[in-house]
Ligand binder design. Structure first.
Ligand SMILES: O=C(O)CCC(=O)C(=O)O
Length: 217
């Protein structure tokens, strides 16, 4: 155990790194769940294939995405929003696997957000060179719930900024199995991912999968 640097002297586990008052990196937190997560992920993308969505401004996102859960995040020329159906098939998004729900709940709890039950799970697939520019997550109805973001596969540099796009962003290296949780006073902080360097992961190959849980509805 160690003591945090933000003054309240609450004991935290050694593998937890504080990014903000209510924002944490939980190093390796997802590792015990990965063996169960990967087949569940394959099932999801067999039903709702990865695709490159278009932004309202007309740009094609470099990251490919899919969703599971009651609500899926969608972007097209009409805007960003959540929807109950996959726009490519017209079907419901695949259900959220129990192993995903449990991991999201437990990570949120560890970061100080008890009772988190996500209804939306966005799955991002990054290949070397792809990135996600700085943005805020604002499409959810209630900002009281945190964001739980799981990294699998090749490493990435996560940017964690402030409440203005121009605020200097921390650069946080993320590895396979790391989980970032942010909420409360940090819920609307800008964040993004720098272009991925070429690399290969022994299980996932030359890609990074990010699984991000939200309570959107
Ligand atoms: O890939 C990541 O680590 C972050 C993903 C993200 O920012 C998002 O889905 O809003």
């Amino acid at each position: 155990m160690t003591f945090d640097l933000f003054g309240d002297l609450a004991p935290v586990a050694q593998a937890d790194e504080r990014l903000g008052e209510q924002a944490w990196v939980l190093r390796g937190f997802a590792l015990p769940h990965v063996a169960a997560m990967l087949p569940a992920l394959d099932d999801i993308v067999a039903q709702a294939a990865f695709r490159h969505m278009v932004t309202p401004g007309g740009f094609t996102m470099s990251v490919a995405l899919s969703n599971c859960g009651d609500l899926g995040w969608i972007s097209d020329r009409r805007g960003y929003r959540y929807g109950r159906h996959d726009p490519e098939t017209g079907r419901d998004w695949p259900p959220m696997p129990d192993v995903f729900l449990q991991l999201a709940h437990d990570a949120a709890d560890r970061a100080g957000f008890p009772d988190f039950v996500p209804d939306a799970c966005l799955i991002n697939r990054y290949l070397p060179g792809t990135r996600m520019s700085l943005h805020q997550d604002r499409n959810e109805q209630d900002f009281a719930w945190p964001i739980v973001s799981v990294s699998l596969g090749i490493p990435a540099i996560f940017q964690f900024g402030g409440h203005a796009r121009s605020d200097k962003a921390q650069r946080v290296p993320l590895q396979h199995g790391d989980v970032v949780v942010w909420g409360g006073v940090d819920r609307l902080r800008f964040h993004g991912v720098l272009p991925l360097k070429p690399a290969s992961h022994p299980v996932l190959g030359e890609k990074r999968i990010n699984i991000t849980f939200r309570k959107a509805g």
